[in-house]
Design a binder for this molecule. Sequence first.
Ligand SMILES: [Zn+2]
Length: 308
Amino acid sequence: MQQFKNLREMMAVYSDENICREYMEQMRWGGNPTCPFCGMNKPYRLKDGKRYRCRDSKCKRNFTVTVGTVFEDSKVKLSVWMAALYLCTAHKKGVSSHQLARDLGITQKTAWFVLHRVRLLMGDPEPDVPLDNVVEVDETYVGGKWEKMSRKRRAKHQESGTDNKVAVMGLLERDGKAKLTVIGQKTFKDVVRDNVAPSAVVITDAHKSYIGLNTEFQAHEAINHNIMEFRRGIAYTNSVEGFFSVFKRTIFGTYHQISPKHLSKYCNETAYRFNTRKMTDAERFKQVISNPQGRLTYNQLIQKNEQQ
Ligand SMILES: [Zn+2]
């Protein structure tokens, strides 16, 4: 398997579909092809060189390396998938479907499809591991631009007194990983409980919704920005504020307008970029292409679509 350090080197080697397939097989199975339907290994290789047949007498199903992955059931060439993955993971602020279409010479519709799936691979490899030690928490609001609304919609919002802004919470373990999550119907405290270990020291702003966290966590420090307080010993939220500024630049700089429905995906993508910022582009690419979490998410997505 040939190593590469940048996009040019990757595209020079991985332009041939068979070489791409071998690379993906190596990344997914590490030389031990496994049936995605029943988990049996050592399948028979079919004559076309692409497909395998499960040797389990009850299963006997045929499969390729893309079955059960985000690359399944698409007419997009594997070499295009690989280049797209590289571009999406290497760009610090993400790539729009229009940009990707121009870069790869594909239609915008195909680029949208590709981006949507690549985003599934950019998840947290350990979503259930809570943040610990010193955790900075802050909230921000996205969207809600009145001037972009139709007059009718604006009137409706003004009448009901609701805003179409969406609240997003950022949680950052100092010298550790960060998470971004849409608050939705949950309370601020619920989101903190869902993502932070009780042994952690939690640092927030002085928002009333955080009051009482000290009884559930090792300690809770609130910084009151309103009285120009920004730092008290270890209590400050500068790191999570820096993380938010990356998030806002991503949304406004690259994606412009995002519907609340898709916002959580962009949250994951931003957190992923932030958490892998010390990796090289090639390392990040390899992590994404061999990330099993993406396949799990994809299976769930498919199931949901079938139920509808
Ligand atoms: Zn099988």
